[in-house]
Design a protein around this ligand. Structure first.
Ligand code: PYC
Length: 445
């Protein structure tokens, strides 16, 4: 009887058809129609599954070679093809798609920075992120949860007011709110005045939120592939050719590639890759650790950051709490987690939300952050013609991916630096025109 009932219940569902779009082998979009049964069979057997992006032989020449298959490199390649019809483009990576900082970050999106240049730039990224799922036809799970940066002393309250005013002048929603309003948004927060770090207020940024970082990487990779971009994983750049001050291409572990344009979109190894072209960057690399707890029922709506307590926390759609802190205090290329980090993190989080003391940390990891002297990125040309950089992303690279990719693609295609990134050039360090973003860079202050 149970079987008959199940069958009759399922029959109407079987008549509903589901349309999936994917990249066909000729690079064109293809729509496939599935019934509920065939979708189930398809899911269980992987029958006729198309690869999200293809493998190719490494060609001997491309119009542009992008080093780094993280969100910045993939977005640059995608916008080159989509916005400028430049399709003879290769993205090379010694690892795999999204295997560096793009898959190791805590997936926070926001644009409530401190400098007008920074706010404008990240706001463009938020705009692109808002329609990314539709643009890439891939569910990137952007959840606009609201973003709170807590102030525990008069100094940080003053910085929050400053940020709020700069944000509003750039048209970005941001305001300083009282502790009672913080409690309304996050009922578990201890806002009493007898804590070691009492909450005096917070910068509230309603459009901030979280996204599924892997989906962003995969979505860009799949869409770039469908437009004809070659993505070469496991392809390490061993040297960069420069003749008479102009880039000529790269030598990889899979052969030589000639190209008039090479774009360094790496994180962690940005200064090492640039040094292959003889370009030195003012970057110091520090590890940044993060951790995730067991999943629990949804209770934390907003993203919560405390600069004084060196902590940020959000809850994923799966129910896990994702935590991060400031960068490790020493430069290193190590990606190992440490007990000291977890202990310090736990004690700081419990200052804010004592009631989560029994939650268990499941895993922790580290990524690499390339820090510049002013905590702003470096985007644009270098003294080597054709060698471009999109680097120095510290703890704020993931949220910048779409805007950086769009702007770098425009620079490659037109040869002109877009206004949006003109303040972030390498020459600013020599010219003394720094863009001081430290006061709004995650928990770096
Ligand atoms: O800038 O929002 C941020 C951030 C969060 C984690 C690392 N950076």
């Amino acid at each position: 009887m149970g079987v008959a009932r199940a069958g009759s219940d399922l029959r109407p569902a079987a008549r509903r058809f589901i349309h999936l779009r994917g990249a066909a082998s000729d690079g064109q979009r293809k729509t496939t129609t599935y019934s509920a049964f065939s979708l189930l069979r398809h899911g269980l057997t992987h029958e006729k599954w198309q690869r999200a992006w293809r493998e190719h032989e490494v060609a001997s020449a491309y119009d542009a070679v992008i080093v780094g298959a993280g969100v910045h490199g993939l977005a640059t390649a995608y916008y080159l093809a989509a916005n400028h019809n430049m399709r003879r483009v290769a993205v090379v990576d010694k690892g795999y798609v999204g295997g560096g900082g793009s898959g190791r970050n805590t997936a926070i999106l926001r644009s409530n920075y401190l400098t007008p240049e920074g706010v404008r730039f990240y706001d463009r990224s938020m705009t692109l992120y808002s329609t990314l799922a539709a643009d890439l036809n891939f569910n990137v799970m952007f959840a606009k949860r609201g973003h709170l940066t807590l102030a525990h002393n008069d100094g940080s309250l003053r910085t929050m007011r400053w940020r709020a005013e700069v944000n509003k002048l750039q048209g970005v929603e941001s305001e300083v709110i009282a502790p009672e309003e913080v409690k309304r948004l996050v009922p578990f927060m201890d806002i009493s005045s007898h804590t070691r770090y009492p909450i005096l207020g917070a910068l509230y940024h309603p459009p901030g939120g979280i996204i599924r970082h892997d989906a962003v990487n995969w979505g860009y990779a799949r869409a770039a592939d469908a437009l004809g971009v070659h993505i070469h994983q496991g392809t390490e750049v061993l040297s960069i050719g420069v003749v008479d001050g102009k880039v000529t291409g790269v030598t990889t572990n899979r052969g030589e590639i000639s190209s008039p344009i090479v774009v360094n979109c790496t994180a962690g190894w940005a200064s090492l890759v640039s040094s292959l072209a003889g370009v030195s960057l003012p970057i110091i690399t520090h590890p940044l650790q993060a951790a995730v707890t067991e999943p629990v029922r949804m209770f934390l709506g907003a993203v919560v950051v405390s600069g004084s307590l060196h902590v940020y926390v959000s809850q994923t759609d799966r129910g896990e709490l994702v935590f991060g802190a400031s960068t490790d205090p020493y430069p290193s290329y190590s990606m190992r987690g440490s007990l000291a980090f977890t202990e310090e993190l736990a004690s700081h989080v419990l200052e804010l939300m004592p009631s989560i003391a029994k939650m268990r940390v499941l895993r922790q990891w580290a990524g690499l952050c390339d820090l510049t002297p002013d905590f702003s990125p470096i985007m644009g040309t270098t003294p080597v013609e054709g060698f471009l950089v999109d680097v120095g992303w510290g703890t704020y690279g993931f949220k910048a991916g779409p805007a950086a990719g769009e702007a770098m693609a425009e620079l490659v295609a037109t040869g002109k630096t877009p206004e949006l990134i003109s303040s972030f050039g390498l020459s600013r360090f020599g010219d003394g025109l720094l863009v001081g973003e430290r006061g709004a860079a995650a928990v770096g202050h």
